[in-house]
Every structure is written in structure tokens, then in C-alpha cells.
Design a binder for this molecule. Structure first.
Ligand code: UT7
Length: 339
């Protein structure tokens, strides 16, 4: 087991915060690269070599983000041994809410029957799950709440222009969830490092439908309700920000990358993950990847990966786990956890 410094330990009035259960849900429909070849001018070879993605999942027409979130949440609650009635707070990280308001978290609260829970959404794009973990951890650490449910959930297929080969091959739908509680005699979440740069908001955006550009016939014609991305610039920023956030988290806890059992990067692109691993001097077997099966599921990405890593035995109690994320905003973050 690694020796580490717990930055929260010198604040004895705060409780430690552990993830006591995780769960995920992927919709059944698989969209393989071969099918995309029939939809836009692309090839399985281009998608595989440029992104590492082989297939992604698509939610059904009658499945909204809240439905994906609820399915993942039920599994996380079961794994944590917690009932919906015990929840004090639900935070949903998403950029594809069921609607502009009310929040998806409120819809999830009702569908779960979490009658005691407060509920709200946060929006930090693909970094959303780590942002939400950070927010949730403060409520538990400060004794405000005992049991908090954090969910990353996205129906990215609802904001994709299926005629744009630059973006439609990249994204997928899914959800992942985690229950946060104080577990006595455990360190749990050691530190979280968050960052943002709104000066680069235009690199990755969905411009239509908000107060700056409300929905009109014109906005629909101009395709302003679909995601747009400058892929190359986003790529460069992603690598730099993820490496910096990861190093900051490791330094704060006095550990090196070799002490970490499992690194879970945001699953946007295999080449981004390889570049981050190389710059951190991490071994291949430390990096968890499932981008080949699900593509980029935005806020759900590291939550789904965390659940799969735990279920597959890649992470056991006492291991150090590093989540590192990047997304629109721009936003980025890292979380170092003693499992
Ligand atoms: O989750 C939030 C953060 N998101 C990311 O981190 C994504 C970051 N960006 C990326 O992952 C990559 O930049 C992409 C996968 C989006 C693109 O890879 P790239 O190596 O940067 O390719 P490119 O944008 O430079 O495009 C190269 C060529 C272009 O053709 P020309 O202009 O060189 O003739 C594109 O038109 O590839 C073309 N292209 C495609 N060709 C076949 C773009 N998309 C496709 C496609 N199939 N699907």
C-alpha cells in the first residue's frame, strides 16, 4: 500500500469521505463503426486509428438522460447497501438534461423515490463527474449530509449532428453513479483539483437554445442546437490540462504516479489517454480504457469506467485511484482516492 499524505487530515473538524458504492448503465443499442460508414463519409479504419473507438451505445427514443441516470443510480445504491430513502442529496452532472428546467436531478429524485433528498444539476461538460464528486464531498466532510448520490449521465446522441463526420463518430450515451458517505477508518477521497478557462469556451460548444441564442426557426436551420468542436485545439488543451491536474493531485498527497494502482482518464480518445500516460510516465497497465466500446460519454465517462474497474477487480480496497478529466468550458480536474 502506498504511503501518502492526506491533505484533509490536518482539518480534524472535517470527516473523511468514501465512495461506498458505484454503478453504471449503458443502453442496449450498439452503433458500430461499420454502421457509421453507411451514414457519413468515414471508415472503421479512420475512426479506430484516430480515436480508438469501435462502437458506442445509443439510448432509445423514449429513454431520456434521467432514465439512464436512474438505472445507474439503482445499481450504485444496491452496491452501497443504501436505500433511496436514505439519500440526503442527489447531484447530476450532465450537459444533456431532460429539459432546460426543472433539473434532471429532481426528475431522478422522484423516479428513485428519494423523498428526503435535495437535488440539483451541475454542468461542467466532460469534467462534470469530478466536479460533482468535489461538491458532494464537502457536504459529507462538513457533516451537512451523510449520504450523497453523484451521477454523471448523458444522452449525447440527442445533441449530435448525425451528418457531421467530425463529431458524430465520437460520442455515445450512458450513465455512471457513486454513493458518497463517511466510512470510519478510511481515507477515501484524498484531494480534488479543479480548473477552468472560459476564454476557450468556443472550442467546444452547443450555442443554441440558451438565453444568448434562443430557439428559432433560424437557429434550427443553422444547426445551432448541435455540439460543435475544434478537435485539434481541444486535443492539445486536453492533454496539457489533464497532465497538470494529475500532477497537482499527486503532489498534494506526496505520491508519485508509480504509487497509483489505476488511472481513469476521461474517455474521449485513445490517443489523448496515451499522450497523458506518456507525459505522466505511467505504465500501460495503470490506465483504464473502455473508449473502444462506449466512445465519449461526456460526464458519464469516468463514472462508467470507475464502475467497470471496480467490478472487474482492477481496483480493490486500499488502492490509490486517480480520476483525471477534461471538457468543454474549458474545464478539467483530477481526484485522488484511496479506495
Ligand atoms: O470530451 C471533451 C473533449 N474532447 C476531446 O478531447 C476530443 C479532442 N479531439 C480529438 O479527439 C481529435 O482531434 C479528433 C478525433 C476529433 C480528430 O482527430 P485529428 O487527428 O485531430 O483529425 P483532424 O481534425 O485533423 O482531421 C483530419 C482529417 C480532416 O481532413 P483534411 O482536412 O485533412 O482533408 C478531417 O476532415 O480527417 C477528416 N475527418 C474524418 N475523416 C474520416 C474528420 N472526421 C473524420 C471521419 N472520418 N469521421
Amino acid at each position: 500500500m502506498a504511503n501518502f499524505r492526506n491533505p484533509r487530515a490536518n482539518r480534524p473538524h472535517l470527516r473523511t469521505v468514501s465512495i461506498t458504492g458505484v454503478g453504471s448503465y449503458l443502453p442496449a443499442r450498439v452503433l458500430a463503426n461499420a454502421e457509421l460508414e453507411k451514414m457519413v463519409e468515414t471508415t472503421d479504419d479512420w475512426i479506430t486509428t484516430r480515436t480508438g473507438i469501435k462502437e458506442r451505445r445509443l439510448a432509445a427514443a423514449d429513454e431520456a438522460t434521467s432514465d439512464l441516470a436512474v438505472a445507474a443510480a439503482r445499481r450504485a445504491l444496491t452496491n452501497a447497501g443504501v436505500t433511496a430513502e436514505q439519500l440526503d442529496l442527489i447531484i447530476v452532472a450532465t450537459i444533456t438534461p431532460d429539459m432546460l428546467f426543472p433539473s434532471t436531478a429532481c426528475l431522478v429524485q422522484h423516479k428513485l423515490g428519494a423523498t428526503r433528498a435535495a437535488a440539483f444539476d451541475i454542468e461542467a461538460a466532460c469534467s462534470g463527474f469530478v466536479y460533482a464528486l468535489d461538491i458532494a464531498s464537502h457536504f459529507v466532510a462538513s457533516h451537512t449530509y451523510n449520504t450523497v448520490l453523484v451521477i454523471g449521465a448523458e444522452k449525447m446522441s440527442s445533441v449530435i449532428d448525425w451528418t457531421d463526420r467530425n463529431t458524430c463518430v465520437l460520442f455515445g450515451d450512458g450513465a455512471g453513479a457513486a454513493v458518497l458517505q463517511n466510512r470510519p477508518n478510511a481515507h477515501g477521497l484524498l484531494t480534488t483539483c479543479l480548473g477552468s478557462d472560459g476564454g476557450k469556451a468556443g472550442l467546444l460548444e452547443l450555442p443554441g437554445g440558451g438565453s444568448a441564442c434562443p430557439a428559432t426557426i433560424d437557429s434550427v436551420t443553422q444547426k445551432l442546437h448541435f455540439l460543435r468542436m475544434d478537435g485539434k485545439e481541444t486535443f492539445k488543451n486536453a492533454v496539457n490540462a489533464m497532465v497538470a491536474a494529475a500532477n497537482e493531485a499527486l503532489n498534494r498527497c506526496g505520491v508519485t504516479v508509480a504509487d497509483v494502482k489505476c488511472i481513469i482518464p476521461h474517455q474521449a480518445n485513445q490517443r489523448i489517454m496515451s499522450a497523458v500516460a506518456e507525459r505522466l510516465a505511467a505504465r500501460e497497465d495503470q490506465i483504464f480504457c473502455n473508449v473502444d466500446r462506449y466512445g465519449n460519454t461526456s460526464a458519464a465517462s469516468v463514472a462508467i469506467a470507475l464502475d467497470e474497474a471496480v467490478a472487474g477487480g482492477r481496483i480493490i480496497r486500499g488502492d490509490l485511484v486517480l480520476l483525471v478529466v477534461f471538457g468543454a468550458g474549458l474545464t478539467w480536474g483530477a481526484a485522488l482516492i484511496e479506495w
